[in-house]
Design a protein around this ligand. Structure first.
Ligand SMILES: NC(=O)c1ccc[n+]([C@@H]2O[C@H](COP(=O)([O-])OP(=O)(O)OC[C@H]3O[C@@H](n4cnc5c(N)ncnc54)[C@H](OP(=O)(O)O)[C@@H]3O)[C@@H](O)[C@H]2O)c1
Length: 250
């Protein structure tokens, strides 16, 4: 099963290219990103993070950081600060692709304070610490994007099934954290966009224990996410969007 773009507001602005570099629809809006953009991907060892780094490399320089390759643990502020403080210059895009599912709880009886704390540490506090130390890498005088992978199951308005308490709550808290930060960042970086993204169900180690017939490849997901980021304007900063660019209820 493929992606559903029916409600994608950017779809009409896309066309099919015959070049091998762009085998999927290319959005005219791509033109608003610099032709040679500089990107930073944190969590580039993950399924989606690695695919993002590969796709973004077709559009310019990509700096990658991850726990398994570079020792950057997003739950440790010293580790985040040391890695980001070493970087010079500005980035058009900073993308946080880290995250963990833990052991999703099926019922209240399964709640554990350790699991809740661990999920908040990696899914909420981690990306927030990255943003804290990455603001200085965003240019003030031109468009830039800070994106983090959230998840649709973090939506409170969309939660009709219950369960998965720690993961859902950690993503809802991430949404609140970055939405709030977007308000503050707009004061100093009026052209910056902070975006929370749901990548869809993507075939990575993250989903390997969860059979689903609608999984997309990490490369497809990466192209979709880049296309969404390209379509956003600063007035949409702080929003929560799916892979087709549709807003998701909080
Ligand atoms: N796959 C999906 O269907 C799906 C759906 C909705 C949302 N998401 C979200 O997308 C994000 C990435 O998912 P994925 O499918 O790419 O998962 P993945 O392949 O399991 O990758 C997870 C990434 O997170 C990193 N990571 C975990 N804990 C970390 C820590 N404490 N410090 C630094 N890095 C850490 C891992 O680093 P190392 O491997 O180097 O340790 C790895 O790079 C997650 O936030 C997830 O919630 C995924």
């Amino acid at each position: 099963m493929g992606r559903d773009y029916r409600r994608n507001p950017t779809k009409e602005k896309c066309f099919f290219s015959t070049t091998p570099v762009y085998p999927t629809p290319v959005c005219i809006l791509w033109a608003v990103m610099p032709s040679e953009m500089r990107s930073l991907v944190i969590g580039a060892s993950g399924g989606i993070g690695a695919a993002l780094a590969r796709e973004l490399a077709q559009h310019g320089e990509v700096v990658t950081l991850s726990r398994s390759v570079d020792g950057v643990d997003v739950t440790e502020e010293d580790s985040v600060a040391a890695a980001l403080d070493r970087l010079d210059g500005s980035f058009d895009l900073v993308f946080v692709a880290t995250g963990a599912l833990g052991t999703p709880e099926k019922s209240l009886r399964a709640l554990s304070s350790d699991e809740l704390a661990a999920q908040f540490a990696v899914n909420t506090i981690g990306p927030a610490l990255v943003l804290k130390h990455a603001v200085r890498l965003l240019p003030r005088g031109r468009r830039s994007v800070f994106a983090a992978l959230s998840a649709r199951v973090g939506s409170i308005g969309d939660n009709r099934l219950g369960g998965w308490y720690a993961y859902r709550a950690s993503k809802a808290a991430l949404n609140q954290m970055l939405h709030g930060a977007s308000v503050e960042i707009a004061r100093t970086h009026p052209e910056a966009i902070v975006a929370l993204l749901h990548p869809g169900t993507v075939a990575t180690s993250f989903t390997q224990d969860y059979p689903a017939n609608n999984k997309v490849t990490p490369s497809e997901a990466a192209r979709d996410l880049i296309r969404v980021l390209e379509s956003l304007s600063p007035s949409q900063s702080g929003g929560f969007f799916d892979y087709a660019g549709n807003p998701i209820p909080w």
